[in-house]
Design a protein around this ligand. Structure first.
Ligand SMILES: NC(=O)c1ccc[n+]([C@@H]2O[C@H](COP(=O)([O-])OP(=O)(O)OC[C@H]3O[C@@H](n4cnc5c(N)ncnc54)[C@H](O)[C@@H]3O)[C@@H](O)[C@H]2O)c1
Ligand SMILES: [Zn+2]
Length: 354
């Protein structure tokens, strides 16, 4: 099957290449868009033993002269400045200049950090994303957000930096641990909810996902994210729709100190809670919350959290997206149609709980 090419029309335009068996084609696919001679592949300790050699060999085959692999310990707790400083030292040692390339091979943690290093090394060098987790393929590798966490909060330090190419190989998902597949499905369901009712129906209909079907699911999610990001590269309006389920989800994650629940599961709980509330208020087509909850359950995602919403609603008010006593809540008017509604924070409790 020929790979699918999705052009992304951001300030600096680039293509997403989606398909199977693409890791061994990475060198050729990167050669088409990058002429330099040195490449640093950034990889975490889980992904490196699985895929780094294949990517490195294909880059060497494509006549890149120096190709090194830099590995960091896997896990969100390593998405921090100290790890990026380690990347900078590798770039300095290898004498990387503006004509060289960083490749992020891995999940969202790798993409965010390698992207941030590329954005800031010599004020910006070329960067390619090879996302290997479902979440990275459908969400984090697209849109140009890069960054790290600091003790004061997640993703507080970062930059917008677009890759020159995204290469998503569906085959890599076969080694992704089930908990991360489930986690990624949270974002897939979110995407279907906000913009793609056909994807929602497809997810409802099919029991097992063949690689072809998985490709179609990832393709549809990519298209939604691309279109939203193209219309709003710097997150002033439309991009907010991607936050469906996230306002409550983030508050729940924070309430549990980012240990009790995964991001995808927290978002699932957030989507279910906000949709139940908006349906009660007559803002959402009747039956939507039930359909959403059934789909979430099908993928093993929770629809209620380990603590009640009332326990963490207060946390919403301290969210960075909460400005001037108001919070933008993303609601569904129907499956596939999201709207953003500005709600004064002092009526939030009333809105969500009653
Ligand atoms: N930049 C953005 O727009 C954006 C959007 C959403 C999330 N994010 C960020 O993405 C991160 C979460 O991404 P994630 O869930 O991919 O986390 P991750 O990168 O930690 O990957 C999850 C786990 O799966 C492993 N893994 C990845 N691919 C694998 C594969 N093919 N086979 C086996 N193991 C594999 C990783 O080693 C890790 O243990 C968070 O830091 C979040 O802030 C960024
Ligand atoms: Zn998310």
């Amino acid at each position: 099957m020929e790979p699918i090419v999705i052009p992304v029309h951001t300030g600096r335009a680039y293509d997403i290449i989606l398909g199977r068996g693409l890791l061994s084609e990475a060198g050729r696919l990167i050669r088409e868009v990058h002429k330099g001679s040195r490449v640093l592949i950034v990889c975490d300790s889980n992904v490196a033993p699985l895929y780094a050699d294949t990517v490195r060999d294909s880059l060497i085959k494509a006549k890149y002269q120096t190709v090194s692999v830099l590995t960091f310990p896997a896990g969100e707790q390593h998405k921090r400045l100290e790890t990026v400083a380690h990347f900078y030292r590798a770039l300095a040692t290898a004498k990387f200049d503006r004509g060289d390339l960083v490749v992020a091979l891995g999940g969202g943690v790798t993409g965010d950090m390698a992207g941030f290093a590329a954005a800031t090394w010599m004020r910006g060098i070329d960067f390619v994303q090879i996302p290997t987790s479902l979440l990275a393929q459908v969400d984090s590798s697209i849109g140009g957000k890069t960054g790290v966490d600091i003790p004061e909060g997640k993703n507080l330090v970062g930059a917008f930096w677009q890759p020159i190419r995204v290469i998503a190989d569906i085959d890599t998902l076969s080694t992704l641990p089930q908990e991360y597949v489930t986690d990624g499905m949270g974002e897939v369901v979110k995407t279907a909810c906000i913009r793609d009712k056909e994807l929602f129906a497809l997810l409802e209909r099919d029991q097992a996902f063949s690689p072809a079907l998985l490709t179609e699911i990832v393709r549809r999610c990519m298209l939604v994210k691309c279109r939203v990001v193209e219309n709003d590269e710097r997150e002033s309006g439309e991009r907010k729709l991607l936050n469906f389920g996230h306002t409550l989800g983030h508050a729940l994650e924070q309430h549990l100190n980012y240990t009790g629940i995964s991001h995808g599961c927290a978002v699932a709980v957030g989507m279910a809670a906000v949709t139940a509330a908006s349906e009660r208020h007559g803002l959402t087509a009747p039956g939507t919350a039930a359909r959403l909850c059934a789909l979430l359950s099908k993928f093993g995602l929770p629809t209620v959290g380990p603590v009640p919403v009332s326990a963490y609603l207060e946390g919403v008010k301290s969210d960075k997206k909460c400005i001037g006593g108001q919070v933008d809540l993303v609601l569904l008017s129907d499956i596939g149609e999201a709207v953003c509604r500005r709600i004064p924070t002092d009526t939030l409790e009333e809105f969500i709980l009653r």
